[in-house]
Design a protein around this ligand. Structure first.
Ligand code: HEC
Ligand code: HEC
Length: 369
């Protein structure tokens, strides 16, 4: 006797859910894969919302009211695991794992979006990226905790299926993942028009969100900081201050440092960088107006904090913040031919001359063979 247990949308959901979660999980540690990770994360978010709603409006077996969520049944199932009663849908152990999994996935996605917003200043919550929140590692830690927990649930789920395969080949639960049918005495499911349309819409939305987030610069992945064209803002600044080195964004030093530097250009770190008076005044005013004090960027905030103890600093690389953030980089790396000096920021930060220091744009040049 064959019964149709898992409808097509349920099966498609299952495939997408598994593939998307695994992709997101394995791309989570790589800064370079951050867009990929986040895009799959958003899509998993849509999928889990669909699945939770499907638990209320979906067909038999997929509905939560058809899950066996009674401790008594669970006990009975576990104690008689080698000879348990047959369940057409999820058995009690699977039911508990599924419900926990949906909850954990939802929390993983939410804490992921919070982390992305607060720590990276990206995505739909990018406005939460304020100096006040920035050092808050809390959400990131909770996100990592939930994602690990999720992998444990996935492992439990997969072992359950394998165990079932070994113990009860007859029913063909494994095959039902693909074709929807189990060899069991039970009523088959049918979908009404609403259920079909709803599934089409939601599964389509999950795929759409994934595609949109991956390939378009949108609110889903955009940084709250926009690239700045310094040339448009003050062309003399670019012409005069990027000829010997990286164009240092004004927000990386406080007003007092810029003032001091611009008043001593004849001996600028041992070089003569003198300018005619109108140009010097124009650049000086521009730098002071856009100094760390008037920026909302987190690097500006930390540079101000770290420079408090030593007002004489006029080099970004002398601030304790800069030193701390680069402490892990071996000194020999800075003297590589491709870099030459630690003041050569643009060798590693390809976006710095646009006023950005995005994690995804940090790259230490390799030694050329
Ligand atoms: C004649 C070449 C020259 C010009 C022009 C020049 N600089 Fe420099 N600048 C240097 C040198 C050399 C250093 C030291 C770099 C190093 O430590 O490797 C330096 C360092 C700096 C630093 C500190 C970098 C650090 O270590 O954190 C800042 C900031 C800076 N310059 C700003 C400016 C500004 C603003 C202008 C335009 C008004 C300017 N520079 C024009 C040669 C120049
Ligand atoms: C040899 C490559 C290299 C050079 C040169 C370099 N950096 Fe970095 N920088 C890095 C790396 C790698 C990180 C990330 C460190 C980490 O993961 O905490 C970083 C981090 C930072 C951060 C923190 C970013 C964040 O989101 O927290 C700032 C700000 C920064 N660099 C500014 C500068 C400036 C300004 C200069 C030039 C004066 C510079 N860096 C030169 C490699 C470099």
């Amino acid at each position: 006797m064959k019964a149709y247990i898992w409808s097509l949308p349920t099966r498609i959901f299952h495939m997408m859910f598994a593939a998307f979660i695994l992709t997101a999980y394995f791309s989570g540690d790589e800064d370079k894969l951050s867009t990929l990770h986040v895009s799959f994360g958003y899509a998993v978010g849509v999928l889990v919302i669909y699945r939770i709603l499907w638990g209320f409006v979906g067909p038999a077996y997929s509905r939560f009211s058809d899950f066996s969520l009674h401790i008594k049944e669970l006990k009975e199932f576990v104690f008689n695991v080698f000879n348990h009663k047959k369940y057409a849908g999820h058995n009690p152990a699977a039911s508990f794992v599924m419900i926990t999994m949906f909850g954990v996935v939802l929390l993983t996605v939410i804490t992921g979006i919070l982390t992305y917003g607060i720590q990276e200043g990206r995505g739909i919550l990018s406005f939460l990226n304020t100096p006040y929140f920035k050092e808050m590692k809390l959400f990131k830690e909770v996100h990592e905790f939930f994602s690990t927990f999720l992998m444990i649930l996935v492992a439990l789920h997969v072992s359950g299926v394998i165990f079932d395969r070994v113990m009860d080949k007859e029913t063909d639960t494994l095959g039902s993942i693909v074709n929807g049918h189990k060899n069991i005495e039970a009523p088959s499911v049918t979908l009404n028009l609403f259920q079909k349309l709803f599934s089409l819409l939601m599964l389509g939305a999950a795929a759409g969100v994934l595609f949109y987030s991956l390939f378009f610069d949108s609110v889903l992945t955009k940084s709250k900081d926009l690239p700045i064209s310094y040339k448009q803002e003050n062309s003399a600044f670019v012409a005069e201050c990027a000829s010997c080195h990286t164009l240092y964004p004004p927000h990386l030093l406080p007003r007092a440092s810029w003032s001091k530097m611009m008043d001593g250009l004849d001996n600028h770190f041992g070089d003569d960088a003198s300018l005619d008076e109108p140009t010097r005044v124009s650049i000086k005013e521009y730098l002071m107006k856009n100094s760390a004090e008037s920026s909302t960027k987190e690097s500006a905030f930390y540079i101000l904090e770290s420079i408090k103890g030593d007002q004489d600093i006029i080099a970004i690389t002398q601030t304790s913040y800069w030193k701390k953030r680069h402490a892990a980089i071996d000194k020999s790396i800075f003297s590589r031919n491709e870099i030459k000096s630690k003041a050569n920021c643009k060798a590693c930060h390809s976006d710095i001359e646009k006023g950005m220091i995005e994690d995804m744009n940090i790259k230490i040049p390799k030694i050329k063979a």
